[in-house]
Design a protein around this ligand. Structure first.
Ligand SMILES: [Zn+2]
Length: 468
């Protein structure tokens, strides 16, 4: 750890700009003068800030919607460069795209979906009429961890394990002759049930770190006892346990925790666990493949479990809309997993409408949800909640499990940073304004580093350490 601000080193003033983009989720545009690279492409990115057809590459740190949900829109706006990510992130991004496409079509209803499918006819498959997922898949180049890879003229990218989601990485960009930039993406927490710790920060001329969980509140180490109690008592009274989770975000960790309950008898034989989603359990297959391959990302104790890691007894998947409707009519006791995790739209909205008014049921909320979503309102103790066009009374038990997150908290983020030498500048992005301020102050107070909160859509010069 250093306490004095270093000189910028190899970074030359004016040679590289970094622009954090607005919109939901995270994205940062790196412009070297010779190349333009986007790091992550979050949901609803502000794509008006640049011409997507001029991008040489997109680096994906991981496939969660907040980081990859804007890929289809980027392709529609002309992006035809390279999509660099680990092999598992590319597989997960493809699953996420297909899930999003099919969920949107279901939400639109059969008439509108048929009309749009007719408009798009000829481009792709029935599940992907516009060929969005096909286009994105074609751009992908699989990049193994720790392998420096040229991705654009003068830009080499190295991906290091982030321990947050399978295949997740933090990105180290080396801009030929101009310096280095690290973008943290989401970092995993030390108590991640499935993944090993992130590779420590190794230093860079500039670093961009995310503050989604940076507000300084210490997360519980785990909420497993609470989870076990709620699942056991809800099933005992004949209710349904609903866990909002999408295929690429939390499903593998949810099934892993349910498998643990199954092994100790809190999830009795004969109780169905249902995953309700159009991409089914494709994402869990990616995890199963990693386990079979002995992936160094996975914790040794998970590898030791083998096939038992995700064995919940009776697992049912309902891919089609008609199967999903039958599931809604099926009485409990049972456990239902449906996305998206924030509870707005998709199949989870239908389950919330059906289950919230009945006190026998329970809804389990993991981690934190974005402000303004149904899951956030439920976590805040709302007695009624808006789900699509309906206002639904909340009589079901609401289980808040903030400790069941895969995000590093502020202390863990600062500890990760402290492994490297001080950069010329540390940018704190993403998260609420309070979270960004808290993380900036903690970085400054604990490490003595120069840290800033940049405005969105403002070109930053890492060499100068201030907005232009
Ligand atoms: Zn994430």
């Amino acid at each position: 750890m250093t306490t004095t601000r270093p000189t910028p080193g190899a970074v030359r003033p004016g040679s590289v700009t970094v622009t954090p983009l607005g919109g939901a989720g995270t994205s940062a545009l790196v412009d070297t003068g010779r190349a333009r690279v986007l790091v992550d492409c979050g949901a609803s990115p502000d794509l008006t800030a640049f011409d997507a057809s001029t991008l040489d590459a997109v680096v994906l740190t991981h496939a969660h919607p907040e980081h990859a949900g804007g890929l289809a829109a980027l392709v529609r706006r002309g992006f035809a460069g390279v999509l660099a990510a680990t092999p598992d992130t590319l597989r997960m991004a493809d699953i996420g795209l297909r899930d999003d496409l099919l969920s949107r079509r279901e939400d639109e209803g059969p008439a509108a979906a048929a009309e749009r499918a007719a408009d798009d006819a000829g481009a792709g498959s029935p599940d992907d009429p516009a060929g969005e997922a096909i286009h994105v898949r074609a751009l992908g180049i699989a990049q193994e961890f720790d392998a420096p890879t040229p991705i654009a003229p003068g830009v080499t990218c190295t991906l290091r394990r982030a321990g947050h989601a399978l295949g997740s990485a933090w990105a180290h960009l080396d801009v030929d002759g101009a310096g280095t930039l690290v973008v943290s993406g989401d970092l995993g927490r030390h108590g991640h049930p499935l993944l090993r710790h992130p590779e420590p920060f190794t230093g860079a001329d500039a670093v961009m770190v995310e503050a989604a969980y940076g507000d300084g509140r210490r997360l519980p180490s785990d909420d497993r006892d609470k989870l076990a109690h709620i699942v056991f008592t809800t099933l005992d009274r004949g209710g349904t346990v609903l866990v909002p989770a999408g295929p690429v975000d939390h499903i593998a960790t949810v099934l892993f925790e349910l498998a643990r309950l199954h092994r100790v008898g809190c999830l009795p034989d004969g109780v169905k666990v249902c995953f309700d989603g159009p991409t089914g359990l494709d994402a869990v297959d990616v995890w199963r493949d990693a386990l079979l391959a002995g992936s160094p990302e996975l914790r040794p104790e998970v590898l030791a479990l083998g096939a038992a890691a995700w064995d919940v007894g009776e697992l049912v998947e309902t891919r089609s809309a008609s199967e999903s409707r039958r599931l809604l009519a099926d009485p409990g006791p049972r456990v239902v997993i449906a996305g998206p995790h924030h509870g707005d739209g998709g199949r989870v909205a239908r389950h919330l409408r059906a289950l919230l008014p009945d006190a026998r049921n329970a809804v389990l909320l993991q981690g934190r949800s974005p402000v303004g979503t149904a899951a956030h309102a439920l976590a805040e103790g709302a007695t009624e909640v808006r789900v699509g066009p309906d206002v639904v009374p909340v009589r079901a038990e609401i289980g808040r499990l903030p400790g069941m997150t895969t995000h590093a908290d502020a202390g863990e983020i600062v500890e990760w940073l402290g492994h490297g030498a001080e950069p010329a500048v540390t940018y704190v992005v993403h998260g609420t304004p309070d979270a960004r301020r808290a993380l900036r102050d903690r970085i400054t107070g604990t490490l003595g580093w120069h840290a800033e909160i940049p405005a969105s859509n403002t070109a930053l010069d890492p060499a100068a350490g201030a907005p232009r």
